[in-house]
Design a protein around this ligand. Structure first.
Ligand SMILES: Cc1ncc(COP(=O)(O)O)c(C=O)c1O
Length: 407
């Protein structure tokens, strides 16, 4: 062994590898529609102009020093106000921690609440929990969520595992499914967590719960509910992570925030400070100014949701037509984020093989749910519209039709 055990066991993301393979093939002259990525093509979905301008201005104004361990006060204030205004979450600026995107916050939370060998419970399919669990040396308890509940976990599925757990990690709206908790489902889970902590009493380490809400502002039809608005008692043990990345097509700006109990955020902040995984100061200054501008935020989000949901709806409609014509295909109606859950049944073909067939024959890149930890979601795939021009969709559907016809 040349490195630490942790380094030896670390794996690069298969998802990033798949995207890199498509990029390489496209550079060599193929024309593959890349529907694999959890990112945006900035020519199609640029960051809001006011945000881009504010970043440039902050660099010019020499906002170029350390940003402070917990983040710039104006941004913390703007995040708290935005969360109060747009999703009825009673958050104070002192309870907001800023970091270089959502990822460092998730990493820091896992490290802060889990000792080696302790259990973290999360549903599958889901994004990257396995990696964070491994990095914390924790035991992963994966709960399989099914198509019957839009791939969101039900309270009764989680309940048997919470007694022994240190962390419950949830994500809504969810990657890879593009679905979100129904209100009652979410309320029941929150109440379970509150009941479990009541059972443990004040002397014991509580069950913590993470809500990754990085896609909340991209929910169609106003269906998102903040857990704190449904179940205020969860505040003592819940951490919410979020950021600019998805809602503002700003994955490269690296600004994320967590809200939660102050003592817990202080520990996360110390950890993040040692890594130096702060959000860059110019981006923080700009994000603070931008998020304060209610009109700019509302205008961007409204238009962005419209453009994303129009693409997802067009795919959904296309798949319904293929289904009506007898192709073994199905999809869950778009609910949120940039993803569609699509079921493609191919006789005698596993999901890996079907993925390769669609890549080679239809020139379409999509990812099986098995890559997101699911064992029982055979035939289900994630389709992302972050890099998709609307005008391409009829042709993509036709090529999919053709490739399935060859099976
Ligand atoms: C559910 C979820 N959380 C967090 C992230 C990471 O976000 P960030 O770019 O802010 O680190 C992603 C990115 O794909 C995601 O899908």
């Amino acid at each position: 062994m040349k490195f630490s055990r942790q380094a030896e066991s670390i794996r690069t993301s298969k998802i990033l590898e798949a995207a890199a393979e498509i990029n390489l093939r496209n550079q060599r002259g193929e024309e593959i529609d890349n529907l694999t990525i959890g990112d945006f093509d900035s020519r199609i979905f640029p960051v809001p102009e006011a945000l881009a301008e504010a970043v440039a201005a902050a660099y010019r104004d020499r906002e170029t020093n350390y940003p402070g361990a917990t983040g710039m006060p104006r941004l913390r204030e703007a995040v708290a106000e935005m969360l109060k205004r747009l999703c009825a979450a009673p958050v104070r600026a002192e309870d907001v921690l800023i970091a270089g995107g959502t990822r460092p916050l998730i990493y820091a939370l896992y490290q802060t609440v889990l000792d080696a060998g302790e259990r973290v419970v999360y549903p599958v399919p889901s994004w990257n929990n396995r990696a964070y669990a491994e990095l914390a040396g924790a035991e992963a308890v994966e709960v399989e969520a099914g198509a019957d509940n839009n791939f969101m976990p039900r309270a009764e599925q989680l309940a048997p595992h919470l007694g022994e757990a240190a962390l419950l990690a949830l994500c809504s709206p969810q990657n890879p499914t593009g679905t979100l908790f129904a209100e009652e489902n979410l309320r029941e889970i929150c109440e379970l967590v509150v009941a479990e902590n009541r059972r443990r009493g004040s002397g014991k380490k509580p069950l913590y719960v993470m809500f990754d809400q990085v896609y909340w502002a991209l929910t169609f039809g106003g269906a998102f509910r903040h857990p704190l608005a449904l179940c205020p008692q969860i505040a003592d043990c819940a951490v919410f992570v979020d950021g600019l990345s998805k809602a503002y097509a700003a994955t490269g700006l690296r600004v994320g925030w967590a809200t939660g109990p102050r003592d817990l955020l202080a520990k996360m902040s110390s950890l993040i400070a040692h890594i130096g995984a702060w959000a860059p100061r110019p981006e923080q200054v700009a994000a603070g100014m931008f998020l304060e501008d209610e009109r700019a935020v509302d205008r961007h989000l409204e238009r962005f949701r419209e453009r994303l949901s129009a693409r997802l709806e067009a795919f959904h409609e296309g798949f319904r037509e293929l289904k009506a014509r007898g192709r073994g295909i199905d999809a869950i109606a778009p609910q949120a984020a940039i993803y569609l859950s699509v079921k493609i049944a191919a006789k005698n073909m596993g999901d890996e093989e079907l993925r390769a067939h669609l890549l080679n024959e239809a020139k379409i890149g999509i990812l099986p749910f098995s890559w997101f930890g699911a064992r029982d979601a055979k035939n289900w795939f994630r389709l992302s519209v972050g890099a998709c021009r609307r005008a391409r969709i009829p042709e993509i559907i036709a090529r999919l039709d053709g490739a399935l016809g060859k099976l």
